[in-house]
Structures are given as C-alpha cells and as structure tokens.
Design a protein around this ligand. Sequence first.
Ligand code: BTN
Length: 238
Amino acid sequence: MYKIIEFQSLPSTNLYIKENYRSLANKTVVMANHQTAGRGRRGRVWQDSDDLLFSILLKKNLPESITNLSLLMAASLYKTLIKKVENVTIKWPNDILVNGKKLAGILLESVINAGKTEYVVIGVGINTNTEEIDASLQDKATSLYLETKAKVNKKELLRKIIRGFSEEYKLYNEGKSDYLQICRHHSSVIGREVTIIINNAQKTAKIVDILSNGNISLMVDDQQIEMNSGEITLTELY
Ligand code: BTN
C-alpha cells in the first residue's frame, strides 16, 4: 500500500525522502504544496506555483534497470494525463510534453551500497494550476491549466497517478506492463536527429528505439549504438 504524507512546504520532496529514508516505509509518497529548493535533473532549479510535487520511496523488490522506473512512471503519467489533455508525448527518459512543451518532469535518484541499490526516490513535478509561465520558458513549458483552462484538485490527481503507477509496477513485476510500448508509441524523440559527442567528435545521430533495459538506440555513421540516460541529454529536442 502506498501511503501519502502531505506537507504545506518543504525544501524538496526528494531531499526529504533522502534524509529520512531509514524511518520511512517502503512505498511512502511525500507531497508538498510548495518547495523552496526544488531540484530538476542535472542540478537545475525546479520552480513551482500551485503545482503537483511529490516523491515516492521504493526500498524493496527494485528492478535491475533503475531507468525502467522512470519509464514506468512516464507511462503511468501518460495514461493518467491523456484523460485530461490531448497531444501528450514522452520525451525519453523523464519528461512529459503537451503540444511539444514540457508539462512534467521526473527526477530519479538512487543510492547504491556495495553494488546493491538501497533505495530509489522517484520525484515528479507536474505544472498543474500554474496560470503564468516564466517569460524565459514560455515556448518550452506549459501547465494543465494553460492547456485546459480548468483547475485541478492536486490531491485527487496524485491519488490517480499513484493508483496507476502501483498497477503498472505490479504488471511490470509480472512481465505484463505495456510501459515500453507506451513510451515508444508516444515518444517525442524516436525518429528525430540529435547531436552527440563521441570520442571528442561532434556527430549527428538518429534516435531509433527505446530498449527494454531503458536505454535508447541511435544510428550514427551507419552503426547502431546504445546509450543510457546518464550518457546523453536530449536538450535540443522539445
Ligand atoms: C526535471 O525535469 O528536471 C525533473 C524535475 C523533477 C521535479 C520534482 S518536484 C518533486 C521532486 N522534488 C524535487 O526537488 N524535484 C522533484
């Protein structure tokens, strides 16, 4: 059972879990109505205003490929959000876009001890009731409110997402989840060209597929190569 703990304000829900993971139960969900030090991937700041911000702690039965948890969450978010808004796509491995603009981001953090993953934190930020996007991000980000002109009950949306993720994760453990098909069919990156650096040389590559280990395969110089989410950032693609 997933248990939701709600805070009015926290520095960061990911940080809260990392600081308290020993005393928190497996499958604890921490939600905050505001974060004072929200973090995105690669140390970026994650700003919020009336958005859905939460993190899930997983300590047991973790999959071999942790990136798959990001894709599982992306597929769960897709399935919940597509009921509210059209033109949802997944930008591997951690962004949800609507009409090509970022609606949500996933920040997956894990701690590995003696080769074993001790715990994983899946942090999710969804631009929910934001009425105005920062001028510098206007062509890159959007919110559910801006797309639908309707305000959302954040706690209700969270319950739906957790229900969906819980079901998806159960199916994944039984080998029955369609998360990979969802991430492939609704991908904003498959078939697109990106610039990558290999052996200090800049190359143009085409993204071919998302693989079952969570990596992507790319075509470069007529060769198919595989990269993981730590090796490549698809900053150019929106
Ligand atoms: C990204 O797109 O870079 C990932 C953004 C993740 C933001 C969420 S908000 C809840 C959780 N707490 C944080 O500090 N970050 C994640």
